[in-house]
Design a protein around this ligand. Structure first.
Ligand code: C2E
Ligand code: MG
Ligand code: MG
Ligand code: MG
Length: 281
């Protein structure tokens, strides 16, 4: 019965659920070794200035090349990394790789080039000190903090308001920019835009992809663009997949865009081909 508890507990799981729990444990164990086995890589998706079509910056996106399972998407392993605490080590690895890449592209192609890095709420918690580690890493490698933007989600802003705000302010003083990712999806509060010093707002792809003439999503996108503009916050529309979405965004003077219609996430080599002047003929 349900009250017997103890050793009998596994009876409550279907075999499918058991498999998935074992699967998760196996994946976490594999993930523990992923950095030292060099199974993690970053791909880079261009963020484009809509009016000119020029590359504005890049967003670093994590990929895990599992030796047996193939490429695993972040949605399938970031939650496991968060649950297991591995996100701190993985997040530091992402920060280090992306900052080295940004420094390289700055010296080779454009002195003001920037890379955006996705971060997890756990990296700003009290019991770790990732932000201090990042600043030390940048100083050690003589990398300008202005080469980096940190993407955070609205949900992060909800918890530990004072602590998070203090850390973000410190990173911003050092020269990094702060971007709210997936704006409009989390437990949004417009008051965050006033309380926090935000440089970018990324309109979530769920709005962008449902825009059509006269639709509610079009009105919501327009309102976000106008509001951000008046608050002095730059706007990036995510998940642009069609020319029509691109035209609607251009018509509302949305500054920046990102999506498969412009470019998919690219390897370092593919991204360099876009940056190199020889490729622009
Ligand atoms: P995100 O930060 O919102 O990143 C955008 C996601 O949308 C990426 O998925 C990207 O490949 C995808 N995308 C870009 N353009 C389009 C499009 O036109 N259509 C559609 N349908 N999708 C598009 P990806 O790379 O699978 O990453 C998913 C999420 O995983 C990211 O969402 C981010 O929250 C998280 N993530 C990725 N890398 C990292 C990381 O290094 N650290 C942390 N903490 N999270 C990461
Ligand atoms: Mg992002
Ligand atoms: Mg996003
Ligand atoms: Mg997203």
């Amino acid at each position: 019965s349900a009250k017997s508890g103890g050793r009998g507990c596994f009876h409550y799981f279907t075999s499918g659920m058991q498999a998935s729990i074992q699967n998760r444990i196996a994946l976490i164990n594999d993930l523990r070794k992923a950095i030292s086995n060099r199974e993690l890589t970053l791909v880079y998706q261009p963020i484009v200035e809509i009016a000119s079509g020029k590359i504005h910056k890049a967003e670093a996106l994590l990929r895990w090349h599992h030796p047996r399972r193939g490429i695993i998407a972040p949605a399938d392993f970031i939650p496991l990394a968060e649950e297991s605490g591995l996100i701190i080590e993985i997040g530091n690895w992402v920060f280090e790789q992306a900052s080295l890449q940004a420094a390289k592209w700055r010296s080779r192609y454009a002195g003001n080039f920037q890379i955006s890095i996705n971060t997890s709420p756990l990296q700003y918690r009290n019991n770790t000190d990732s932000p201090a580690d990042w600043l030390a890493w940048l100083a050690e490698h003589k990398i300008d903090a202005a080469a980096l933007t940190l993407e955070i989600t609205e949900n992060l802003l909800m918890n530990d308001y004072d602590k998070v705000n203090k850390r973000l302010a410190q990173l911003r003083r050092a020269g990094m920019e702060i971007s709210i990712d997936d704006f409009g999806t989390g437990y949004s509060s417009l008051s965050y835009l006033k309380k926090f010093h935000i440089d970018y707002l990324k309109i979530d792809k769920s709005f962008v992809q449902k825009m059509s003439k006269g639709s509610d999503d079009l009105i919501i996108c327009e309102a976000m663009v106008v509001m951000a503009g008046k608050l002095g916050i730059k706007v990036i529309a995510e998940g642009i997949e069609t020319g029509e979405q691109m035209q609607l965004l251009a018509a509302m003077d949305c500054q920046y865009g990102q999506g498969y219609w412009l470019a998919k996430p690219l390897s370092v080599g593919q991204f360099e081909a876009l940056l190199s002047p020889e490729s622009k003929d």
